[in-house]
Design a protein around this ligand. Sequence first.
Ligand code: NAP
Length: 251
Amino acid sequence: MKLANKVALVTGAAQGIGKGIAQTFAAEGADVIINDVRCSEKTDELADWIRQQGRRAIVVQADVTKRDEVEAMVERGWDELGSIDILVNNAGIETIIPFLELTDEQWSDVTTVNLKSGWLCSQIFCRRAVAAKRQGAIVNIGSIQAAKVLPGRTHYAPSKLAIEALTRNVSAEMAPLGIRVNCIHPGLIETPMIDWVMKSPDLLPMVLAQISMGRPGQPCEIGSVAAFLASEEARYVTGQSFYVDGGWQGK
Ligand code: NAP
């Protein structure tokens, strides 16, 4: 197992890609801190599933854009599980608003959740790991939209492209301290976020035609790459961004 005896914090893990990553990590031997902004039966069921795999799991409700809530979450993880070795900055939101109509507030909402949270959670995770003299790994979740233009994403796409720069810059400062930082740019992954695409008889064929493999990805297919990047197998990999998109970006 790639992640035996590791503790991972996955943000936005109630559903979708975060849930898939949490499940993959548990199957690879990790204990998991399941975070989401709203905790519910979905997060409780995921925690039960992880415990059934023989791993430990705790659910922590926290808004990843709020420093005090993230600090409390990280402290709780260390107190209850003894360490946090891996952080996955997955929480994100997407809205579709034409450029000429986009308001300051809409720009701020999306960039704060998608970009600021990655910086904030990474800083708090790293400060705690460095204080404990522990090594670690961060996996940031970007998007295919770092490279592809889709309509109405003049706020979302820059927030995701900037995660690449965040990844490179945090990785450079943290490498001497033993913390690696990498980024995955998912393509079309079947989650509640893109339910409307999957249900659109007009849009779905147009999108699938651009993907070399001709199908959407599944959350566990992001999870397996995240597990590799978080594991010792990737010990010489840092500061990199990887498209996991069935061949969409390169087509
Ligand atoms: P999703 O199904 O909407 O799940 C995202 C989760 O993040 C939700 O449970 C959401 O909670 C939570 N969240 C939102 N704001 C938060 C906050 N401030 N603090 C903590 N949790 C928060 O989305 P997904 O498709 O799994 O996407 C996961 C990540 O992959 C996102 O960063 C997204 O941009 C990226 N991505 C997705 C795709 C795709 O095709 N699905 C493609 C490229 C990139 P609520 O639902 O309660 O708001």
